[in-house]
Design a binder for this molecule. Structure first.
Ligand SMILES: [Zn+2]
Ligand SMILES: [Zn+2]
Length: 312
């Protein structure tokens, strides 16, 4: 289906069982985009796909009109770690993941900001790590996206300014993946029009009108500002589907790729929970008065859906 604001909407999908299974999950959920890992997220091994595997993946992707593919780096990475061994391993794995995402033809590769007890030192290590991992391999495709964090133990990157500071110091292009649960946990109040307006302004100031390429659309299990990274299904958390739909109407997000990372309690092959979330979002768009675009900052007017890097 077509979504408002030229959004592409999909889910984080398991690639277990190969491309045919992956794309069956895609079809079962009515996706127009999707996200996947590049190997088991809890191990350091990066998938080494055979040529046959990749050919099958590309054929399935092509058959569905080449929707945006978001690759997500594993959670073990911490480019800002205090421990040299973890940092070295994170750098090598990020480089391998970038190469894997590139072979896959992914549009985006999402990386969480790391963690470190001292913010300035952590940001410097993050930047050094990104340079060491990607200075020689990264280009516009796949586009590396830095993701905001919830503010759990020493998380870097809860504030847009921190992500912006890293971005401007890199010699290769980057974009932003904005997670609604993490933002809410970091203190941004998405539940009111005023709070959303302030968030929108903060995003424009930090990233410009087209910096946010991907939205992770998650409700939050905990109340605002707690720094707890626990995602909830839409309307089963503290943000709510109506508020999230209002946020997605922002001209700032026109043409963005929206990925649900909401709980899949019955495993990757039962689409029921995902379909329920999709339906809640669809209904919220119908109910939500689309007054959000009134009073849009002039920088955002006329923003085009220019983010796609794959021809439709
Ligand atoms: Zn996320
Ligand atoms: Zn999260």
């Amino acid at each position: 289906m077509a979504w408002p604001n030229d959004l592409r909407v999909g889910f984080h999908l398991s690639m277990a069982g190969g491309p045919a299974r992956l794309f069956r999950r895609y079809d079962d959920r009515g996706c127009t985009a999707f996200q996947m890992f590049l190997g088991s997220p809890r191990s350091w091994d990066v998938a080494e796909w055979s040529d046959d595997w990749l050919a099958a993946f590309r054929e399935e992707l092509c058959r569905r009109g080449s929707p945006p593919v978001v690759a997500h780096t594993r959670y073990l990475l911490n480019l800002a770690s205090r421990h040299d061994a973890v940092r070295a391993r994170s750098i090598a794995t990020l480089r391998a993941e970038y190469r894997a995402a590139s072979r896959l033809g992914a549009d985006f590769l999402v990386l969480h900001m790391g963690s470190h007890p001292e913010r300035e030192r952590g940001l410097a290590l993050m930047r050094e790590g990104l340079l060491a991992a990607l200075a020689e391999v990264a280009g516009p495709h796949p586009l590396l996206l830095l993701e905001n964090t919830a503010g759990e133990a020493h998380d870097l990157g809860t504030a847009p300014a921190d992500l912006a500071a890293i971005r401007t110091q890199l010699p290769f292009p980057t974009g932003i993946c904005w997670d609604t649960c993490h933002a809410f946990q970091a203190g941004f109040d998405l539940t009111t029009a005023e709070g959303r307006r302030m968030l929108e302004q903060a995003l424009v100031r930090a990233f410009g009108a087209d910096g946010v390429a991907v939205v992770h659309l998650n409700d939050a299990l905990f109340p605002r500002g707690r720094g707890r990274d626990r995602h909830a299904a839409l309307d089963q958390g503290h943000i709510g589907a109506l508020a999230l739909a209002s946020f997605l109407r922002s001209p700032l997000l026109r043409g963005a790729t929206v990925i649900f990372e909401t709980p899949q309690p019955d495993g990757p092959d039962d689409p029921a929970a995902d379909l329920a979330n999709r339906e809640r979002l669809r209904r919220a768009f119908l109910e939500e008065p689309s007054s959000q675009t009134e009073g849009t900052p002039s920088i955002l007017r006329g923003r085009g859906a220019a983010r796609r890097t794959v021809p439709p």
